[in-house]
Design a protein around this ligand. Structure first.
Ligand code: AMP
Length: 191
């Protein structure tokens, strides 16, 4: 089982690279952001509540996140491992992840951290906003999301660094170059 997380600020390219990693290693992909957007699009009461929070760039509760993750795992019992995208996003979620791995009697490989300069992130997100139609890809919300990342999510990287399970990857360059760097970090640390 290869259980890992792709990590990095909004706009770092996590979603794009995840597709390739999932295919190469036969992983179950759990993007908490995608699942939340699906719920919002359904128009359910829960979806409306989620939208009120995410459209301002804020985080939904750990409790909700853990519920959607457990549900996805229950529905996909035969994967070779799990690739988390957008989770863990806070220190409390990092602890919840460790607990979940214990419960599943498996281990967590670690976090692949895509590193991209802030100016390039803002530019990428503004460009994505032109085509994605995502309510949170607007400049004011982008700034708020980057602030949430710096304050609440970056400590997650420190948490895994202290445990020697944070693997940094240069997130600039071509998609192939970035993918090759991700794969070489995985291969280097799984052998
Ligand atoms: P993403 O697609 O990962 O950028 O997520 C989009 C939005 O969903 C984030 O800005 C948060 O509002 C919310 N979200 C996604 N994952 C989480 C999480 N693990 N914990 C809390 N909120 C989340």
């Amino acid at each position: 089982m290869l259980n890992l997380a792709i990590f990095g600020p909004p706009g770092a390219g996590k979603g794009t690279q995840s597709g390739r990693l999932v295919e190469k290693y036969g992983l179950l992909y759990i993007s908490t952001g995608d699942i939340l957007r699906k719920e919002t699009a359904s128009g359910s009461e829960l979806g409306q509540e989620i939208n009120r929070i995410t459209s301002q760039g804020h985080f939904v509760s750990d409790d909700l996140i853990m519920r959607i993750i457990r549900k996805t795992i229950r529905e996909n019992p035969h994967a070779n491992g799990i690739l988390f995208d957008g989770f863990p996003r806070t220190l409390s979620q990092a602890a919840l992840l460790e607990g979940l791995m214990d419960e599943l009697t498996t281990r967590f490989f670690g976090v692949l951290g895509l590193e991209v300069p802030r100016e390039e992130l803002i530019e990428r997100l503004l460009n994505r906003g032109k085509v994605s139609g995502r309510a949170d890809d607007k400049e004011a919300v982008i700034i708020e999301r980057l602030k949430e990342y710096e304050e609440k999510t970056w400590p997650v990287a420190t948490y895994f660094m202290e445990r020697n399970r944070y693997y940094p990857v240069d997130g600039t360059g071509t998609l192939d170059q970035i993918f090759n760097r991700l794969v070489s970090q995985i291969e280097k640390h799984t052998c």
